[in-house]
Ligand binder design. Structure first.
Ligand code: 9MR
Length: 354
Protein backbone atom coordinates (compact mmCIF):
# COMPACT_ATOMS: atom_id res chain seq x y z
CA UNK A 1 0.00 0.00 0.00
CA UNK A 2 1.10 3.55 -0.57
CA UNK A 3 0.80 6.52 1.74
CA UNK A 4 -0.25 8.73 -1.11
CA UNK A 5 -3.94 9.39 -1.41
CA UNK A 6 -5.24 7.49 -4.41
CA UNK A 7 -7.28 9.36 -7.00
CA UNK A 8 -10.98 8.87 -6.41
CA UNK A 9 -11.35 6.86 -9.60
CA UNK A 10 -8.73 4.36 -8.52
CA UNK A 11 -10.32 4.07 -5.11
CA UNK A 12 -13.67 3.32 -6.62
CA UNK A 13 -12.12 0.83 -8.99
CA UNK A 14 -10.66 -0.90 -5.97
CA UNK A 15 -14.00 -0.90 -4.20
CA UNK A 16 -15.56 -2.44 -7.26
CA UNK A 17 -12.95 -5.20 -7.34
CA UNK A 18 -13.44 -5.93 -3.69
CA UNK A 19 -17.19 -5.88 -3.54
CA UNK A 20 -17.92 -6.88 -7.12
CA UNK A 21 -20.91 -4.53 -6.93
CA UNK A 22 -21.28 -1.71 -9.43
CA UNK A 23 -21.74 1.73 -7.93
CA UNK A 24 -24.62 3.95 -8.96
CA UNK A 25 -23.59 5.95 -11.99
CA UNK A 26 -23.41 9.18 -10.04
CA UNK A 27 -20.80 7.72 -7.66
CA UNK A 28 -18.22 7.35 -10.44
CA UNK A 29 -16.19 10.48 -10.88
CA UNK A 30 -15.11 9.03 -14.24
CA UNK A 31 -18.77 8.88 -15.31
CA UNK A 32 -19.67 11.34 -18.08
CA UNK A 33 -21.29 14.52 -16.83
CA UNK A 34 -25.09 14.29 -16.71
CA UNK A 35 -27.19 16.43 -19.04
CA UNK A 36 -27.88 19.01 -16.36
CA UNK A 37 -24.19 19.71 -15.72
CA UNK A 38 -23.64 20.35 -19.43
CA UNK A 39 -26.82 22.42 -19.61
CA UNK A 40 -25.65 24.63 -16.73
CA UNK A 41 -22.52 25.48 -18.70
CA UNK A 42 -24.64 26.23 -21.78
CA UNK A 43 -26.88 28.49 -19.66
CA UNK A 44 -30.09 26.63 -20.43
CA UNK A 45 -32.40 24.50 -18.30
CA UNK A 46 -32.74 20.88 -19.40
CA UNK A 47 -36.09 19.52 -18.28
CA UNK A 48 -38.36 16.52 -18.30
CA UNK A 49 -42.03 15.86 -17.74
CA UNK A 50 -42.43 13.78 -14.60
CA UNK A 51 -44.82 10.89 -14.08
CA UNK A 52 -45.67 11.04 -10.37
CA UNK A 53 -46.63 7.37 -10.07
CA UNK A 54 -43.26 6.35 -11.46
CA UNK A 55 -41.50 8.85 -9.20
CA UNK A 56 -43.12 7.23 -6.18
CA UNK A 57 -42.63 3.59 -7.22
CA UNK A 58 -39.50 3.33 -9.37
CA UNK A 59 -36.12 3.98 -7.78
CA UNK A 60 -34.22 4.05 -11.06
CA UNK A 61 -36.67 6.60 -12.41
CA UNK A 62 -36.36 8.76 -9.32
CA UNK A 63 -32.57 8.64 -9.34
CA UNK A 64 -32.29 9.33 -13.07
CA UNK A 65 -34.77 12.22 -12.90
CA UNK A 66 -32.68 13.82 -10.18
CA UNK A 67 -29.35 13.17 -11.86
CA UNK A 68 -30.04 14.29 -15.41
CA UNK A 69 -32.43 17.26 -15.27
CA UNK A 70 -32.41 20.81 -13.95
CA UNK A 71 -36.09 21.47 -14.61
CA UNK A 72 -39.22 19.38 -14.14
CA UNK A 73 -42.76 19.67 -15.47
CA UNK A 74 -45.75 17.83 -14.03
CA UNK A 75 -46.91 15.53 -16.83
CA UNK A 76 -50.43 15.51 -15.39
CA UNK A 77 -50.71 16.45 -11.73
CA UNK A 78 -51.05 20.23 -12.11
CA UNK A 79 -53.89 19.95 -14.64
CA UNK A 80 -57.34 21.12 -13.61
CA UNK A 81 -58.92 17.66 -13.24
CA UNK A 82 -56.09 16.67 -10.89
CA UNK A 83 -56.07 19.72 -8.65
CA UNK A 84 -59.82 20.37 -8.40
CA UNK A 85 -61.59 17.03 -8.97
CA UNK A 86 -64.66 18.28 -7.08
CA UNK A 87 -65.76 21.84 -7.28
CA UNK A 88 -64.08 23.85 -4.54
CA UNK A 89 -62.11 20.85 -3.25
CA UNK A 90 -58.46 21.16 -4.11
CA UNK A 91 -55.94 18.35 -3.96
CA UNK A 92 -52.38 19.59 -4.23
CA UNK A 93 -50.73 16.49 -2.79
CA UNK A 94 -49.11 15.13 -5.94
CA UNK A 95 -48.17 18.51 -7.34
CA UNK A 96 -46.67 19.52 -3.99
CA UNK A 97 -44.68 16.28 -3.94
CA UNK A 98 -43.12 17.24 -7.27
CA UNK A 99 -42.27 20.73 -6.05
CA UNK A 100 -40.60 19.19 -2.97
CA UNK A 101 -38.65 16.73 -5.12
CA UNK A 102 -37.47 19.61 -7.30
CA UNK A 103 -36.43 21.67 -4.28
CA UNK A 104 -34.51 18.72 -2.82
CA UNK A 105 -32.61 18.26 -6.08
CA UNK A 106 -32.00 21.87 -7.06
CA UNK A 107 -34.45 21.77 -9.97
CA UNK A 108 -36.70 24.50 -11.31
CA UNK A 109 -40.39 23.77 -11.94
CA UNK A 110 -42.38 24.55 -15.10
CA UNK A 111 -46.10 24.83 -14.43
CA UNK A 112 -48.37 22.95 -16.83
CA UNK A 113 -51.10 24.01 -17.46
CA UNK A 114 -53.73 26.53 -16.32
CA UNK A 115 -56.17 26.60 -19.22
CA UNK A 116 -56.71 23.76 -21.69
CA UNK A 117 -59.64 22.14 -23.48
CA UNK A 118 -58.57 18.69 -22.23
CA UNK A 119 -58.33 17.07 -18.79
CA UNK A 120 -60.98 19.38 -17.37
CA UNK A 121 -62.90 18.12 -14.33
CA UNK A 122 -66.24 16.43 -15.01
CA UNK A 123 -68.19 18.89 -12.82
CA UNK A 124 -67.04 21.71 -15.09
CA UNK A 125 -67.68 20.13 -18.50
CA UNK A 126 -71.02 18.70 -17.36
CA UNK A 127 -72.12 22.01 -15.88
CA UNK A 128 -71.35 23.87 -19.09
CA UNK A 129 -73.00 21.18 -21.25
CA UNK A 130 -76.26 21.10 -19.26
CA UNK A 131 -76.44 24.89 -18.90
CA UNK A 132 -76.18 24.93 -15.10
CA UNK A 133 -72.94 26.93 -15.46
CA UNK A 134 -73.53 29.98 -17.66
CA UNK A 135 -70.89 32.16 -19.31
CA UNK A 136 -70.64 34.69 -16.49
CA UNK A 137 -70.21 31.97 -13.91
CA UNK A 138 -67.68 30.16 -16.08
CA UNK A 139 -65.57 33.29 -16.32
CA UNK A 140 -65.59 33.55 -12.53
CA UNK A 141 -64.66 29.88 -12.19
CA UNK A 142 -61.74 30.33 -14.58
CA UNK A 143 -60.57 33.40 -12.69
CA UNK A 144 -60.72 31.54 -9.38
CA UNK A 145 -58.95 28.48 -10.76
CA UNK A 146 -56.04 30.44 -12.21
CA UNK A 147 -55.73 32.69 -9.17
CA UNK A 148 -55.88 29.82 -6.68
CA UNK A 149 -53.41 27.59 -8.50
CA UNK A 150 -50.85 30.27 -9.32
CA UNK A 151 -51.00 31.63 -5.76
CA UNK A 152 -50.59 28.14 -4.34
CA UNK A 153 -47.27 27.78 -6.17
CA UNK A 154 -46.23 31.42 -5.97
CA UNK A 155 -42.43 31.79 -6.03
CA UNK A 156 -41.94 28.09 -6.78
CA UNK A 157 -42.66 28.01 -10.50
CA UNK A 158 -40.43 29.85 -12.97
CA UNK A 159 -42.51 29.38 -16.13
CA UNK A 160 -46.25 28.73 -16.44
CA UNK A 161 -47.99 27.35 -19.52
CA UNK A 162 -50.95 29.67 -19.05
CA UNK A 163 -52.93 28.77 -22.13
CA UNK A 164 -52.34 25.47 -23.90
CA UNK A 165 -53.23 24.49 -27.46
CA UNK A 166 -55.70 27.27 -28.28
CA UNK A 167 -55.18 27.35 -32.07
CA UNK A 168 -56.01 24.85 -34.80
CA UNK A 169 -53.35 23.97 -37.37
CA UNK A 170 -54.92 26.40 -39.86
CA UNK A 171 -54.43 29.33 -37.46
CA UNK A 172 -58.07 29.72 -36.40
CA UNK A 173 -58.91 29.65 -32.70
CA UNK A 174 -59.87 26.22 -31.36
CA UNK A 175 -63.60 25.82 -30.83
CA UNK A 176 -63.29 25.01 -27.10
CA UNK A 177 -65.76 25.71 -24.32
CA UNK A 178 -63.60 28.76 -23.54
CA UNK A 179 -64.04 30.29 -26.97
CA UNK A 180 -67.70 29.30 -27.18
CA UNK A 181 -68.65 30.68 -23.79
CA UNK A 182 -66.27 33.58 -23.24
CA UNK A 183 -65.12 34.69 -26.70
CA UNK A 184 -61.45 35.29 -27.63
CA UNK A 185 -60.82 37.71 -24.73
CA UNK A 186 -60.42 34.70 -22.39
CA UNK A 187 -56.76 34.48 -23.47
CA UNK A 188 -55.81 37.99 -22.31
CA UNK A 189 -57.84 37.50 -19.14
CA UNK A 190 -55.98 34.29 -18.30
CA UNK A 191 -52.60 36.02 -18.59
CA UNK A 192 -53.72 39.03 -16.53
CA UNK A 193 -55.08 36.83 -13.75
CA UNK A 194 -51.96 34.64 -13.68
CA UNK A 195 -49.70 37.68 -13.56
CA UNK A 196 -51.66 39.22 -10.70
CA UNK A 197 -51.24 36.00 -8.71
CA UNK A 198 -47.48 35.67 -9.25
CA UNK A 199 -45.89 38.68 -10.95
CA UNK A 200 -42.46 37.02 -11.15
CA UNK A 201 -43.40 33.84 -13.01
CA UNK A 202 -42.80 33.94 -16.78
CA UNK A 203 -46.09 33.32 -18.54
CA UNK A 204 -46.20 31.20 -21.71
CA UNK A 205 -48.41 30.33 -24.62
CA UNK A 206 -47.82 26.65 -25.47
CA UNK A 207 -48.72 24.38 -28.41
CA UNK A 208 -47.68 21.54 -30.75
CA UNK A 209 -47.03 21.75 -34.51
CA UNK A 210 -45.51 25.21 -34.04
CA UNK A 211 -41.82 24.29 -34.38
CA UNK A 212 -41.40 25.86 -37.81
CA UNK A 213 -43.04 28.82 -39.50
CA UNK A 214 -46.58 27.82 -40.49
CA UNK A 215 -50.16 29.05 -40.20
CA UNK A 216 -50.41 27.98 -36.57
CA UNK A 217 -47.13 29.47 -35.34
CA UNK A 218 -47.90 32.63 -37.30
CA UNK A 219 -51.26 32.88 -35.52
CA UNK A 220 -49.35 32.71 -32.21
CA UNK A 221 -46.85 35.29 -33.40
CA UNK A 222 -49.62 37.71 -34.33
CA UNK A 223 -51.55 37.05 -31.13
CA UNK A 224 -48.45 37.54 -28.98
CA UNK A 225 -47.62 40.78 -30.78
CA UNK A 226 -51.15 42.11 -30.27
CA UNK A 227 -51.30 41.11 -26.62
CA UNK A 228 -47.93 42.64 -25.83
CA UNK A 229 -48.87 45.87 -27.64
CA UNK A 230 -51.92 46.02 -25.36
CA UNK A 231 -49.77 45.49 -22.28
CA UNK A 232 -51.02 41.98 -21.56
CA UNK A 233 -48.38 40.12 -19.51
CA UNK A 234 -47.38 37.31 -21.90
CA UNK A 235 -43.67 36.68 -21.82
CA UNK A 236 -43.00 33.33 -23.47
CA UNK A 237 -43.76 31.07 -26.39
CA UNK A 238 -43.61 27.35 -25.63
CA UNK A 239 -43.00 24.99 -28.51
CA UNK A 240 -43.96 21.48 -27.49
CA UNK A 241 -41.83 19.61 -30.03
CA UNK A 242 -43.78 16.35 -30.45
CA UNK A 243 -42.15 15.13 -33.66
CA UNK A 244 -42.16 11.87 -35.64
CA UNK A 245 -39.33 10.85 -37.94
CA UNK A 246 -41.83 9.72 -40.60
CA UNK A 247 -42.94 13.35 -41.09
CA UNK A 248 -39.55 14.97 -41.71
CA UNK A 249 -37.85 17.63 -39.62
CA UNK A 250 -39.72 20.96 -39.57
CA UNK A 251 -38.14 23.84 -41.49
CA UNK A 252 -37.42 27.36 -40.23
CA UNK A 253 -37.23 26.48 -36.55
CA UNK A 254 -34.47 29.02 -35.87
CA UNK A 255 -36.29 31.73 -37.82
CA UNK A 256 -39.42 30.97 -35.86
CA UNK A 257 -37.63 31.40 -32.53
CA UNK A 258 -36.01 34.58 -33.82
CA UNK A 259 -39.32 36.25 -34.62
CA UNK A 260 -40.65 35.62 -31.10
CA UNK A 261 -37.33 36.86 -29.69
CA UNK A 262 -37.91 39.95 -31.84
CA UNK A 263 -41.10 40.59 -29.87
CA UNK A 264 -38.98 40.62 -26.72
CA UNK A 265 -40.27 37.22 -25.62
CA UNK A 266 -38.65 34.15 -24.16
CA UNK A 267 -38.99 30.87 -26.00
CA UNK A 268 -38.77 27.28 -24.78
CA UNK A 269 -39.07 23.74 -26.05
CA UNK A 270 -41.53 22.29 -23.61
CA UNK A 271 -42.49 18.69 -24.50
CA UNK A 272 -39.93 17.26 -26.90
CA UNK A 273 -40.21 13.65 -28.02
CA UNK A 274 -39.56 12.05 -31.40
CA UNK A 275 -41.61 8.99 -32.20
CA UNK A 276 -41.15 6.41 -34.94
CA UNK A 277 -43.09 3.60 -36.54
CA UNK A 278 -42.07 0.40 -34.75
CA UNK A 279 -40.01 -1.75 -34.84
CA UNK A 280 -36.97 0.20 -33.76
CA UNK A 281 -33.79 -0.09 -35.84
CA UNK A 282 -30.41 1.58 -35.77
CA UNK A 283 -31.15 3.84 -38.71
CA UNK A 284 -34.37 5.15 -37.16
CA UNK A 285 -32.59 5.79 -33.87
CA UNK A 286 -29.87 7.71 -35.70
CA UNK A 287 -32.48 9.83 -37.46
CA UNK A 288 -34.27 10.39 -34.17
CA UNK A 289 -31.02 11.65 -32.65
CA UNK A 290 -30.69 14.28 -35.39
CA UNK A 291 -34.23 15.52 -34.65
CA UNK A 292 -33.55 15.96 -30.93
CA UNK A 293 -30.28 17.66 -31.79
CA UNK A 294 -31.94 19.88 -34.39
CA UNK A 295 -34.40 21.27 -31.85
CA UNK A 296 -31.71 21.66 -29.20
CA UNK A 297 -29.42 23.49 -31.60
CA UNK A 298 -32.23 25.87 -32.53
CA UNK A 299 -32.75 26.54 -28.81
CA UNK A 300 -29.08 27.09 -28.09
CA UNK A 301 -28.85 29.31 -31.17
CA UNK A 302 -31.35 31.79 -29.74
CA UNK A 303 -30.68 33.70 -26.53
CA UNK A 304 -34.44 33.82 -26.08
CA UNK A 305 -34.58 30.06 -25.47
CA UNK A 306 -34.33 29.44 -21.76
CA UNK A 307 -35.36 25.81 -21.35
CA UNK A 308 -35.42 22.56 -23.30
CA UNK A 309 -37.81 20.00 -21.82
CA UNK A 310 -38.41 16.43 -22.99
CA UNK A 311 -41.83 14.84 -22.46
CA UNK A 312 -40.45 11.97 -20.44
CA UNK A 313 -37.02 10.45 -21.00
CA UNK A 314 -37.67 6.70 -20.85
CA UNK A 315 -39.93 4.66 -23.12
CA UNK A 316 -41.08 2.86 -19.98
CA UNK A 317 -43.47 5.72 -19.20
CA UNK A 318 -43.98 7.46 -22.54
CA UNK A 319 -47.52 8.49 -23.54
CA UNK A 320 -46.81 7.79 -27.22
CA UNK A 321 -47.64 4.07 -27.70
CA UNK A 322 -50.96 4.51 -25.90
CA UNK A 323 -52.07 7.18 -28.38
CA UNK A 324 -50.33 6.34 -31.67
CA UNK A 325 -50.87 2.67 -32.43
CA UNK A 326 -47.75 0.99 -33.81
CA UNK A 327 -45.50 3.91 -32.86
CA UNK A 328 -43.20 4.54 -29.93
CA UNK A 329 -39.56 4.62 -28.83
CA UNK A 330 -39.96 8.39 -28.68
CA UNK A 331 -37.67 9.24 -25.78
CA UNK A 332 -33.96 9.37 -24.89
CA UNK A 333 -33.77 5.98 -23.14
CA UNK A 334 -35.39 2.62 -23.75
CA UNK A 335 -37.66 0.83 -21.25
CA UNK A 336 -34.60 -0.33 -19.28
CA UNK A 337 -33.14 3.18 -19.04
CA UNK A 338 -30.45 2.33 -21.60
CA UNK A 339 -29.52 5.52 -23.41
CA UNK A 340 -30.14 5.85 -27.14
CA UNK A 341 -28.15 7.86 -29.71
CA UNK A 342 -30.54 10.76 -29.01
CA UNK A 343 -29.20 11.02 -25.46
CA UNK A 344 -25.64 11.25 -26.79
CA UNK A 345 -26.77 13.84 -29.33
CA UNK A 346 -28.16 16.06 -26.56
CA UNK A 347 -24.97 15.65 -24.55
CA UNK A 348 -22.86 16.68 -27.53
CA UNK A 349 -25.12 19.61 -28.34
CA UNK A 350 -25.08 20.88 -24.77
CA UNK A 351 -21.32 20.41 -24.55
CA UNK A 352 -20.88 22.50 -27.70
CA UNK A 353 -22.81 25.26 -25.90
CA UNK A 354 -24.38 28.38 -27.34
O1 9MR B 1 -48.50 12.91 -21.39
C1 9MR B 1 -49.80 13.25 -20.99
C2 9MR B 1 -50.66 12.00 -20.84
O2 9MR B 1 -50.17 11.22 -19.75
C3 9MR B 1 -52.11 12.36 -20.64
O3 9MR B 1 -52.89 11.20 -20.63
C4 9MR B 1 -52.54 13.29 -21.76
C5 9MR B 1 -53.98 13.68 -21.62
O4 9MR B 1 -54.44 14.39 -22.71
O5 9MR B 1 -51.73 14.45 -21.75
C6 9MR B 1 -50.41 14.17 -22.04
O6 9MR B 1 -49.64 15.35 -22.10
C7 9MR B 1 -50.00 16.28 -23.12
C8 9MR B 1 -49.68 17.66 -22.59
O7 9MR B 1 -50.32 17.88 -21.38
C9 9MR B 1 -50.07 18.73 -23.60
N1 9MR B 1 -49.48 18.48 -24.89
C10 9MR B 1 -49.63 17.12 -25.43
C11 9MR B 1 -49.18 16.10 -24.40
C12 9MR B 1 -49.24 14.70 -24.98
O8 9MR B 1 -50.56 14.36 -25.27
Amino acid sequence: MTNFPLPAVALMGAALLVTGVAQPASAHSSQPAPLRALADRADVRIGTAVNMTALADDTTYRRTTAREFSSVTAENVMKWESVEPQRGTYDWSKADALVRFARDHGQAVRGHTLLWHSQLPGWLTTGVADGSIDAAELRGILHDHITTEVKHFKGKIYQWDVVNEVFNDDGTLRNSIWLQQLGPSYIADAFRWAHAADPKAKLFLNDYNVEGINAKSTAYYELAGRLRAEGVPVQGFGIQGHLGIQYGFPGDVSDNLARFAGLGMQTAFTEVDVRMVLPVDAEKLATQATYFRGLLDACLGSRSCTSFTVWGYTDKYSWVPGVFTGQGAATLMDEDFVTKPAYGALREGLAAGR
